[in-house]
Design a protein. Structure first.
Length: 184
C-alpha cells in the first residue's frame, strides 16, 4: 500500500500542548489528529495496552477539567480540541491527557508510519518547551543574584523586569449577551 506521509508542523504540535495538573499534556483528540488516526482507534489501542500507560504517562480528565478546557477553547475561538459527538450533544467520554512519554508510547502502540513521524515532532515540541522554561528559570536566578548586589538602588527596575517575565493572561471573551435597558 502506498501511503503519503504528512509532515506535522512543530507549531501545530506546540498549539496542542496544554497545562493540566501542572503537567504539559496533549489531549487524546489532538494526539489522534497528529498521528493520523481516529480518537476512537487511539483510545482503543491505549485500552488494549493499558500496562504501557502508567499515571505519569497518561491520565483521564475529571469532569471539571474537561469543562474548563472546553470553555477555554470555545472562548478563544480555537478549533475544538475536545471533539464532540453530534448525535449525543457532546462528548460521551472524558478525554485522556498524555504527557510527553505517554504521547511517545501511543506512537509505539499505533505503530503506523504517520504516528512514528509525528511522534518525533511531538517530542521536539516538548523539549523546546522545557528549554524555554529552563531559560526563564535561569534568567530569574541571575536577576535575583544581581538584585542582592544592587538591592536598594535599582528596586524599581528589578520589579519592572519581574513583571515583564510573567506571561500575559490570555484574553478571554465574555460569554453571553447583553440587553439594552428598556426605554421609558
Amino acid at each position: 500500500m502506498n501511503r503519503t506521509l504528512v509532515k506535522v508542523s512543530a507549531a501545530r504540535v506546540e498549539k496542542a500542548i496544554l497545562l493540566v495538573r501542572d503537567e504539559k499534556v496533549i489531549l487524546d483528540a489532538d494526539l489522534a489528529a497528529l498521528y493520523g488516526v481516529s480518537t476512537k482507534r487511539l483510545k482503543e489501542q491505549v485500552r488494549r495496552n493499558r500496562e504501557r500507560f502508567p499515571e505519569d504517562f497518561m491520565f483521564e480528565l475529571t469532569t471539571d477539567e474537561q469543562a474548563v478546557l472546553t470553555a477555554q477553547i470555545e472562548a478563544s475561538n480555537l478549533r475544538s480540541q475536545v471533539a464532540t459527538s453530534r448525535s449525543h450533544g457532546g462528548r460521551r467520554y472524558l478525554s485522556y491527557a498524555f504527557t510527553e512519554h505517554g504521547a511517545l508510547m501511543v506512537a509505539n502502540v499505533l505503530s503506523s508510519e504517520v504516528a512514528v513521524q509525528a511522534s518525533v515532532e511531538v517530542v521536539r515540541a516538548f523539549v523546546r518547551l522545557r528549554r524555554m522554561l529552563a531559560s526563564n528559570a535561569e534568567l530569574a536566578h541571575k536577576l535575583e543574584q544581581i538584585e542582592k548586589k544592587y538591592d536598594h538602588q535599582f528596586k524599581v527596575v528589578f520589579d519592572a523586569i519581574r513583571q515583564l517575565m510573567i506571561p500575559p493572561e490570555p484574553k478571554r471573551k465574555e460569554i453571553g449577551f447583553h440587553t439594552k435597558p428598556a426605554k421609558r
